[in-house]
Ligand binder design. Structure first.
Ligand SMILES: [Zn+2]
Length: 253
């Protein structure tokens, strides 16, 4: 199949499905300027990643983490959704997509208009005190950081504030992950977009969908270890491919 045939085939699969979901990863947001953690120039090369335990126990590690955030958060808050986010939001609006399950923590799906978003790795726009549970918007945290507070603490109880992202060594948010598993086992079509499927348990979701009888469509710039499970594999940027899929829908209407 050539590229255009793959796009047409994908549209056909979406039209014929009754319960389609999307699983998205970093590749959906790179076109919005959000760096991919795993790319050669990604964040893991620039900053040492810390584990959940280190964050809770080690004041020094926490300070380094907030130093990194101080540099990255303004970048994140300026990021805008791209064609990939808008296309998925549009498919939901057209009643063709039930959920977006995302590994991304940038909140761009919601900004693009997606309503049913399951964030399995949490999100970067909110934070919580781990002691009293007080909720903080990221803008408040940025204000703390601007005041050069090295160890960001809860203004209510002095506890450690943790962004609502999932750290290494931290378990998945239970409610979100259960929802993602249910959607994956009940869907009849899963669009897997912008993820190289190397991080579990997220990478297990397409397998769960496949073994529950769903068809898989992969859109990713590079190969994934699961390409052979998919009906259609499109090696292309997420924005371009999803944009073309949407155009094909309009052409057919
Ligand atoms: Zn507190």
């Amino acid at each position: 199949m050539n590229y255009q045939e793959k796009i047409e085939k994908t549209v056909e699969f979406i039209k014929n499905s009754t319960y389609a979901v999307a699983l998205t990863g970093a590749g959906v947001s790179t076109e919005s300027g959000i760096p991919d953690f795993r790319s050669p120039r990604g964040l893991w090369q620039r900053f040492k990643m810390i584990t959940f335990d280190e964050f809770i126990i080690n004041r020094q590690a926490r300070q380094e983490f907030w130093e990194m955030k101080k540099e990255l958060l303004p970048e994140l808050l300026n990021a805008k959704p791209n064609e990939a986010h808008y296309a998925l939001a549009k498919l939901e609006k057209m009643g063709l997509l039930k959920y977006v399950i995302t590994q991304n923590i940038d909140g761009l799906h919601q900004l693009a208009g997606s309503k049913q978003v399951i964030e399995i790795h949490g999100n970067n726009r909110e934070a919580l005190c781990i002691d009293c549970g007080r909720f903080y918007k990221i803008e408040e945290i940025i204000e703390f950081l601007k005041e050069d507070i090295a160890d960001v603490r809860c203004s209510n109880c002095g506890g450690v504030i943790k962004p609502k992202i999932i750290f290494f060594g931290e378990s998945m948010p239970e409610r979100e992950f259960n929802l993602a598993q249910t959607a994956s086992s009940q869907c009849d079509l899963m669009l897997v977009v912008g993820t190289s499927l190397q991080v579990y348990p997220a990478a297990g979701l397409p397998q769960l969908a496949y073994h529950s009888g769903a068809k898989l469509i992969f859109i990713n710039q590079t190969e994934t270890p699961m390409d052979e499970l998919a009906e259609v594999v499109i090696h292309e940027k997420a924005g371009k491919a999803l944009g073309d899929i949407l155009k094909e829908f309009k052409r057919g209407c």
